[in-house]
Design a protein. Structure first.
Length: 68
């Protein structure tokens, strides 16, 4: 996980095992469009979700800046 201007705050998240996909899936109510998967660890799925959120926030932040 990288460090960005503000911390990622997950007000609520879910991690569950999907037997059909054979993977742990992590979701957040605050970021409904982002889904992380990890076949080995539920904690790794949450870490990947946080990474996805950080990338999304960086993308939004840079997209909001005027072109140089």
């Amino acid at each position: 996980m990288g460090i960005i201007d503000t911390d990622v705050c997950l007000s609520s998240f879910q991690v569950f095992w999907s037997s059909s996909d054979a993977t742990f899936i992590a979701l957040s109510d605050r970021y409904p469009g982002l889904v992380a998967r990890n076949e080995f660890s539920s904690l790794a799925a949450v870490d990947e979700l946080i990474d996805l959120i950080e990338r999304e926030r960086r993308h939004r932040h840079s997209a909001g800046r005027p072109a140089a």
